[in-house]
Design a protein around this ligand. Structure first.
Ligand SMILES: NC(=O)c1ccc[n+]([C@@H]2O[C@H](COP(=O)([O-])OP(=O)(O)OC[C@H]3O[C@@H](n4cnc5c(N)ncnc54)[C@H](O)[C@@H]3O)[C@@H](O)[C@H]2O)c1
Length: 335
């Protein structure tokens, strides 16, 4: 069944990443909304959508919609999200689901009361290398996840004028505060943070997370790297196992090989040596290694009420809770 979607927010992310992947799936964009008339008209023209609204409430009231999608921003995700649930429609929203933990919790309660799915766009779970790492762990051959080290940096692009790190936490760090517990299969129970600033807006922090499974994680995040270089690295450590995912795509699974140097007959052993995979970026195929397409496919299944592993609002609440603890920790250290 073609899903009739009402879409709110025709900005950069929707226009460049989400909608091009969404329309590859079995959907009809039945109506669009943006407060910016120029952006709204541009996206409507691109996808041939006739029904357009400057106001989210009017789009939500549009007749015949099966679900709503939106990519606007934290405050709007919460406020508009509540209205979508009141209208009785399933909802996909970009991260973050709200600006505060309290708001995200209220959204989760409203979703539960309405018995409607609210999917949050944590697409890093679907990036090719991350997904493969998770699958290896789920298969059981990796054993227990003992630790995760991560590196997820960006540039000081979140600031115009005075540095307010809130946007960096909400829009950037939130991804790894979902990815890490998902990869470890356990909730974050405690957080401590050390940070260093190299002038206004240039922050580096190391967050140390304790997970409910007993696993530990250290994640470096910050605003001091060029986005012209790769800025993501994930290392998952088990007992005589280690998976490294770099640039969300390249993956190596280190296992338990014998020493090679002293063995003149040494060769590569299928069962013990490292396995690696790297994408062919020249393939003339619409591959989406960052995970937007796969995430939206899972999201649509959830919106249809089918079985789906799409991240839900509860995952958004958990990620915001971890972020809030991190911010408290940094603020406490500054006092
Ligand atoms: N997962 C990712 O990789 C990723 C990347 C970028 C952005 N995002 C998320 O997507 C969201 C949007 O980011 P963006 O970069 O596209 O921002 P943006 O500012 O380019 O787009 C937001 C759009 O929403 C519109 N808008 C604002 N208030 C509105 C309202 N009340 N009703 C209707 N439209 C409204 C704006 O006019 C704008 O066109 C953010 O939550 C951000 O964190 C996710």
């Amino acid at each position: 069944m073609t899903l009739k979607i009402g879409w709110i927010g025709c900005g950069t992310h929707a226009g460049q990443m989400l909608l091009p992947q969404l329309v590859r799936l079995d959907v009809e964009i039945a109506a669009l909304c943006d407060t910016n008339a120029e952006r709204l008209a541009g996206i409507a023209r691109r996808y041939g959508v006739r029904e357009t609204y400057a106001n989210a409430a009017d789009l939500i009231a549009h007749a015949g919609l099966d679900a709503i999608g939106m990519a606007v921003g934290p405050a709007a995700h919460y406020e508009i999200g509540l209205k979508v649930l009141q209208r009785g429609l399933p909802l996909f929203m970009e991260k973050p689901p709200a600006a505060t933990v309290d708001e995200a919790e209220r959204l989760a309660e409203a979703a539960s009361r309405a018995d409607l799915p609210v999917v949050v766009g944590f697409m890093k779970r679907y990036a090719t290398g991350n997904r493969m790492a998770h699958n290896i762990i789920e298969e059981g051959r990796f054993g227990r996840v003992l630790g995760i080290m991560g590196w997820y940096l960006t540039a000081p692009t979140y600031f115009t004028g005075a540095a307010d790190y809130n946007g960096f936490f909400l829009h950037h760090c939130v991804h790894y505060m979902d990815l890490v517990p998902w990869m470890a299969g356990a909730a974050v129970e405690d957080v401590t943070v050390r940070s260093v600033e190299n002038g206004s807006g240039r922050l580096l922090l190391h967050a140390s997370l304790a997970l409910a499974s007993g696993a530990i994680a250290t994640i470096a995040m910050g605003t001091v790297q060029s986005r012209g270089n790769p800025v993501e690295l994930l290392q998952i450590t088990g007992d005589h196992h280690r998976i490294e995912v770099s640039n969300v795509s390249d993956i190596v699974w280190y296992r338990d090989p014998p020493f090679k140097a002293g063995d003149p007959a040494a060769t590569l052993n299928d069962a013990a040596d490292a396995l690696m995979w790297r994408p062919n970026l020249t393939a003339a195929a619409n591959e989406d290694h960052k995970g937007y397409h796969a995430m939206l496919k899972a999201a649509l299944a959830a919106l249809r009420g089918e079985v789906s592993d799409a991240p839900r609002i509860a995952d958004g609440v958990a990620a915001l809770r971890t972020l809030s603890r991190m911010q408290d920790c940094i603020a406490g250290a500054a006092r």
